[in-house]
Write a protein that binds this ligand. Structure first.
Ligand SMILES: Nc1ncnc2c1ncn2[C@@H]1O[C@H](COP(=O)(O)OP(=O)(O)OP(=O)(O)O)[C@@H](O)[C@H]1O
Ligand SMILES: N[C@@H](CCO)C(=O)O
Length: 293
């Protein structure tokens, strides 16, 4: 019947907890087929229908419009975004589910509707917004409304994702983030997140290291990722412009210049000296967002 392709996303980007996010050139693809009766899922491993985030999001969207689905097979056709690694795998499922429902209703939802429903399901907007519209974005979620704006990303940048073989659940990683902060720490992050948006927009790559510094979530989540300091130090030594935890982890992100062509090979070599298995991918910004194929 139809296919949907949704990009991976890296949320927070250091200083922008629950606020900044960016789509990356790594994708999940879902295919929908007609069947006689019921709803079937294929390619989702052990995940049962009622726990399947694509199905849950499709069902919720249809219910919002007073509709129901029947006679559908949802196929996880191509899964590139690893689960629970801080690359927005849940957002790919949520956005795909909403877009399936929308297609079944003859595309009555606007992008803003998809973003609003998706954010309500996910609980924060920073993966959902870039997954839908592509690029880097800043979002505000308040009173069930999402207000967002795109940020320019310099074309010379590449994004090295360092993906470990262990997972970090977002639900668990949100529990270690404190409820309250000092005025000093608030000013620390406010200044950096504003600097990050300005630096990206103005192509001031030399500001990125300071602009991605954070006191809101990363110091508390660092304990969930063994050797994070060593890995960030090695990345800096290999010429990266900035490093941060992607989303809630476990993936670590290094921003590099496109001319840094030996980064991948050298980082892979370094990571063999660290416990665990790591997979390095050099990605670009996805500038389109989710699409029907
Ligand atoms: N390919 C998939 N098939 C089915 N469900 C998936 C798939 N990928 C992700 N999920 C769902 O999303 C959940 C993972 O979401 P979680 O928010 O913990 O991680 P993430 O979205 O990968 O990371 P982050 O939000 O930090 O970027 C899984 O437990 C599962 O419910
Ligand atoms: N802003 C979210 C992103 C992960 O879903 C967090 O850091 O918990």
């Amino acid at each position: 019947m139809f296919k949907i392709k949704v990009p991976a996303t890296t949320a927070n980007m250091g200083s922008g907890y629950d606020t900044l996010g960016m789509a990356l050139t790594l994708y999940n693809e879902f295919e929908i087929e007609k069947i006689n009766k019921g709803i079937e899922t294929v390619g989702f491993g052990e995940i049962g229908l009622e726990e399947n985030l694509v199905y849950i999001s499709m069902k919720k969207t249809l219910e919002l419009y007073g509709k129901k689905a029947d006679g559908l097979r949802i196929i996880a056709k191509k899964i590139e975004v690893p689960m629970s690694r801080g690359l927005g795998s849940s957002a790919t499922c949520i956005v795909a589910g909403i877009m399936i429902a929308d297609k079944l209703m003859d595309n009555i939802c606007s992008k803003d509707d998809i973003i609003r429903i998706g954010t309500e399901i996910e609980g924060h907007p920073d993966n959902i917004v870039p997954a839908v519209i592509g690029g880097m974005s800043v979002s505000i979620y308040e009173n069930n409304k999402v207000i967002y704006s795109k940020v320019n990303v310099p074309k010379s940048l590449r994004f090295a994702v360092l993906i470990p073989n262990f997972t970090v659940s977002t639900h668990e990683a949100r529990k270690v983030v404190p409820e309250n902060y000092s005025k000093k720490d608030c000013i620390f992050n406010l200044s950096r997140v504003a600097m990050l948006v300005a630096s990206m927009n103005n192509g001031e790559i030399h500001h990125l290291r300071m602009a991605t510094e954070d006191k809101i979530h990363q110091p508390f989540r660092a304990n969930l990722i063994p050797n994070i300091d060593k890995i960030f130090r090695a990345s800096k030594d290999l010429g990266s412009k900035a490093e941060f935890i992607s989303g809630s982890g476990s993936t670590l992100m290094a921003i590099i210049d496109k001319e840094n062509i030996h980064f991948e090979e050298k980082m892979n070599k370094f990571l063999t000296t660290i416990e665990g298995t790591w997979n390095v991918k050099i990605l670009e910004v996805d500038r389109c967002g989710a699409l029907y194929l």
